[in-house]
Design a protein around this ligand. Structure first.
Ligand SMILES: Cc1cc2nc3c(=O)[nH]c(=O)nc-3n(C[C@H](O)[C@H](O)[C@H](O)COP(=O)(O)OP(=O)(O)OC[C@H]3O[C@@H](n4cnc5c(N)ncnc54)[C@H](O)[C@@H]3O)c2cc1C
Length: 408
């Protein structure tokens, strides 16, 4: 059943990847009604993954990250309202209240407000750097331009963003020092075994990685910043970049009546109510995998793209059955490519299957109760793609190992 008609108005809050891809997909599917895209950044939708990769290394201008060029905005007939924040949602309207005193009523509202960088309560927080928005990276680049080559730069957090940023800083001739609070970076995400196998990558890329770092404060000093540790030691650096996770942008929904619990809770069609949907990083959605259905929130570029086409498909074409989405994520860090398929948990069992003698090229299978839940590869994109089928139907770990699709 076709849900949207020509007289409908889809109001999308959040002019990022998900919001823009949804607008494009609605038009591609023939929706002729109005689309308004509201965003609190001054920029039209752009892509974030290159910010910590190509842009940070200096290969790309910030301009190259643009998704919604003026020509595409015109072609897709989207009304952009930028540099304005949604501060409330009247779910009955539905209508979105904005911080400029206006409100926008639609027939349907899509929540695509994503996440923001988490800050820590350091004295110098205002002077520290984050890598989430175009403006963050422009400000960081301006600060780096004032440092002499070889300067030490503190990177707080050894997760994906911290590792990618440190790699780029090293390439640009700085001396990044990655400060990780856990025993190993990515321990809480990828678990004991895989985080151990990845531990040597930083050293091999000539990046200093310190683990179990208990930072008590970061303060400004006469020639930069001092990172202060609980054991009373200090580290002097020219700049500090913080990558310690994110917070969902949901405060504006406080009195909407929607269920917000680690993201906006939506069903298998990404609907919170009949006329309100949530997509992308902010959505906690009912996800059906080979191991069952669970509520998940996933901060992956591909998942956000998938949500946009799924919701557009449901509203314009009545695709009754939600497609099975296999989450995919990649990270380019320390000169290596890590890829992840599925949604494994850190405490799942893991076996590493060597596809070559090279320590820097492998595939690892995650399993829970004997069923494959995820695949991680290092520098092995072909093996990853050949193995995707292991997640599309319940596959026992024994079956997976005997089939070995990665080696075909
Ligand atoms: C530096 C970086 C590198 C990344 N690298 C990878 C990678 O290698 N692989 C991968 O899979 N994923 C990566 N990601 C994650 C990926 O970019 C996200 O999954 C994706 O951007 C999510 O899209 P979204 O539309 O849900 O949210 P976003 O892209 O965050 O867009 C949300 C938008 O809504 C705006 N907004 C928030 N609140 C309001 C409000 N109240 N009113 C109006 N507007 C509001 C925000 O400012 C933002 O512009 C990376 C992310 C970052 C930051």
């Amino acid at each position: 059943m076709k849900i949207l008609t020509k007289s409908d108005h889809v109001v999308v809050v959040g002019a990022g990847l998900g919001g823009w891809r949804l607008a494009e997909a609605l038009r591609r599917n023939g929706f002729e009604g109005a689309i308004t895209l509201i965003g609190d950044e001054a920029h039209a939708p752009y892509d974030r993954p290159p910010l910590s990769k190509q842009v940070m290394v200096g290969k790309w201008d910030l301009d190259k990250t643009k998704l919604a060029t003026p020509a595409l905005v015109k072609k897709n007939d989207v009304t952009l309202r930028l540099a304005v924040s949604a501060i409330g949602l009247d779910a009955a309207g539905p209508a979105v209240q904005l911080d400029d005193g206006t409100s926008v009523e639609g027939s349907h509202v899509v929540i695509a407000t994503g996440t923001r960088a988490r800050h820590l309560p350091f004295s110098a927080d205002d002077q520290l750097h984050y890598v989430r928005r175009i403006d963050d990276v422009a400000r960081l680049n301006a600060a780096l331009a004032t440092l002499t080559p070889g300067s030490a730069v503190g990177v707080i957090g050894g997760g994906f963003i911290g590792a990618e940023t440190a790699t780029a800083l090293r390439t640009r001739g700085f001396r990044p020092v990655v400060l990780e609070v856990a025993r190993r970076p990515l321990l809480g995400v990828l678990g004991e075994s895989v985080s151990t196998w990845l531990l040597g990558l930083a050293r091999a890329a000539d990046v200093e990685l310190r683990v179990e770092q208990k930072i008590s404060d970061v303060v400004q000093s006469s020639d930069g910043f001092a990172v202060l540790f609980e054991d009373a030691s200090t580290l002097d650096v020219g700049a500090v970049i913080v990558g310690v996770g994110v917070i969902t942008n949901v405060e504006w929904l406080a009195s909407s009546g929607l269920v917000v619990d680690n993201g906006v809770v939506v069903d298998e069609h990404l609907l919170a109510t009949e006329r309100i949907a949530a997509i992308g990083d902010v959505a906690r959605f009912a996800w059906t995998s080979a191991t069952g259905t669970e509520l998940v929130r996933i901060e992956h570029w591909e998942v956000t793209n998938g949500h946009a086409s799924q919701l557009a498909g449901y509203w314009t074409g009545g695709e009754e059955t939600a497609p099975i989405v296999t989450p995919y994520f990649w990270s380019d860090q320390y000169g290596q490519k890590i890829q992840l398929l599925g949604h494994p948990r850190a405490d799942d069992d893991v076996v590493r299957v060597s596809t070559s003698d090279d320590e820097k090229k492998w595939l690892a299978l995650y399993s829970r109760a004997g069923v494959v839940t995820g695949i991680v590869t290092l520098n092995n994109p072909r093996a990853l793609m050949l193995s995707k089928g292991l997640l599309e139907a319940p596959t026992s770990i024994d079956q997976a190992v005997s089939k070995s699709p990665w080696s075909s």
